[in-house]
Design a protein around this ligand. Structure first.
Ligand SMILES: Cc1ncc(COP(=O)(O)O)c(C=O)c1O
Length: 473
């Protein structure tokens, strides 16, 4: 093929063209962030048509950035406004903009952090971030961990690591113990790690939705007497439905007697340990063998930022390390960690910067204050709903979730609850979600975004009270 004399290289824009691209994207982001408080809490009217407009052939020639961003604008707006202050559904995150800047830098410099030799200081930044998270959870200095894409992958890594640490190669006699409120991702994790439903045990919860330790011990004993090998138990640190925190010290004690790996699923709740006195919210988490944390929840970072912490670095290494001739030039030196040796990934994005840069920029205290505010707002919302005869709050909030049912004077509380939720959401100031608990339709308020403050939680509570009365009328 002839080499052209005057090649144009659109993939390598000159500095001026690059600046224009960056400016256009920066303007797009600024406009979006500025408008967030005024955006509806969700807007999916016409979203199917917008989605359909993206079913397209691959373009052979490029388009202008203006027209590309013009197409993205409706794609972004026809959504649940997950980054907005009114998002109180499921488990909110937020998406601190500084993390987006970190991603911009990380993608643009595109250095390889999977092995430390390729970019020692950048790998160290990520290792430092893991070290910070580890010490915030009360882990000792020698603990290890890995940034993942989210809680589900962290939970999967925990199950795979524990399986190799605790079970023989022929592992199908292993049994895993979850409370009835354990997150679905752990079921998926067990399945992907080679276990079937036969290996799972669902332990009942008490009236506050916390695992009942005696029932755990009964189940473990029953399995052992049948020749099975109990090896893994989950301690929930903030269940998705109600934010319940399991009795970790009791679980640790039982697990210690029967040699089980204790995994804390703190994907949602773990970062509340940062508030003053936060260790009392989850006593014992620092003694669990592993902890799942989701910085894209409790540290308000963008989706795609999870973490698994492990007390014993060797366990993580045994589950993942291997040798390959083509990696012989980049073996880790003493004092370095090769992330590829402790995770399933080789090439990976530089997630560390997305955590490190915002913490450097804002300081940890800013995060602590936000988390403290979320707890206070939740207590306020819970009190307001408890004082209202048209609602029944299921439990005092253990973290930042209020779970409640409608308590109408007449009619079906479940159907009325669903109607109240529909009407409150239709106001588009806040967005709430529901769940099913003990066969009942349950509404939830989950306060977790750094953009959510008293005005918005008040809107939620006022909306609920007003709509409950309208539905009654
Ligand atoms: C308790 C708990 N564990 C695990 C997960 C899964 O995390 P991710 O969505 O980051 O995969 C969630 C998600 O909400 C969760 O609430």
């Amino acid at each position: 093929m002839p080499v052209p004399d005057d090649p144009t290289r659109p993939l390598e824009p000159n500095p001026e063209a690059l600046r224009q691209l960056i400016d256009a994207c920066a303007a797009f982001v600024l406009e979006h962030v500025e408008s967030l408080p005024a955006q509806p809490s969700f807007d999916v009217d016409g979203a199917a048509e917008v989605a359909a407009s993206f079913r397209e052939d691959v373009p052979e020639t490029g388009h202008r950035i203006g027209s590309i961003l013009g197409r993205l604008r409706p794609a972004v707006s026809k959504t649940f406004t997950t980054a907005g202050p009114g998002y109180l559904a499921f488990i909110p995150g937020g998406g601190i903009v500084a993390a987006g800047l970190a991603d911009f830098i990380a993608c643009a410099v595109n250095r390889f952090v999977g092995v430390a030799a390729a970019s020692p200081a950048l790998a160290q930044i990520e290792a430092t971030v893991v070290g910070w998270l580890s010490s915030l959870m009360g882990y000792p200095a020698g603990a290890s961990g890995i940034l993942t894409s989210g809680g589900s992958i962290s939970n999967l890594t925990a199950v795979a690591t524990a399986r190799i640490a605790k079970l023989p190669e022929d592992f199908l006699s292993g049994t895993l113990y979850f409370s009835e409120e354990t997150h679905l991702s752990l079921v998926k994790a067990a399945r992907i790690a080679g276990f079937s439903e036969r290996n799972l045990r669902w332990i009942p919860v008490d009236e506050r939705f916390r695992l009942i330790p005696e029932r755990l011990e009964d189940a473990i004993r029953a399995d052992r007497s049948r020749g099975l090998r109990p090896f893994f138990v989950v301690a929930n640190v903030g269940t998705t439905n109600t934010g319940a925190v399991d009795p970790i010290p009791d679980i640790l004690e039982i697990a210690g007697r029967h040699d089980l790996w204790v995994h804390a699923d703190a994907a949602y709740g773990g970062f509340f340990r940062l508030v003053p006195g936060g260790e009392k919210l989850m006593p014992g988490v620092e003694r669990c063998d592993s902890i799942t944390l989701d910085p894209h929840k409790g540290l308000f970072l963008p989706y795609g930022t999870g973490c698994l912490l492990v007390q014993d670095p060797e366990a993580l290494r045994r589950a993942h390390q291997g040798a390959a001739g083509y990696l012989q030039d980049v073996a880790a030196e003493l004092g370095q960690v090769n992330f590829t040796d402790i995770s399933p990934e080789l090439s990976r994005d530089f997630r560390g910067l997305r955590v490190w840069l915002p913490i450097q920029l804002h300081g940890l205290n800013a995060f602590r204050e936000q988390l403290q505010e979320k707890l206070a707002l939740t207590q306020w919302a819970s009190r307001e709903l408890q004082e209202d005869p048209l609602f029944h709050v299921l439990d005092e909030p253990q973290l930042s979730i209020v779970a409640f049912t409608a308590a109408p004077r007449q009619g079906d509380p479940d159907a009325i609850g669903a109607e109240i939720l529909r009407r409150v959401n239709a106001r588009k100031r806040v967005f709430l979600s529901s769940t099913t608990l003990r066969g009942r339709y349950v509404l939830r308020i989950c306060v977790l975004s750094f953009r959510t403050h008293h005005d918005r939680v008040k809107d939620a509570v006022t909306g609920l009270k007003e709509e409950a009365r309208r539905v009654e009328a």
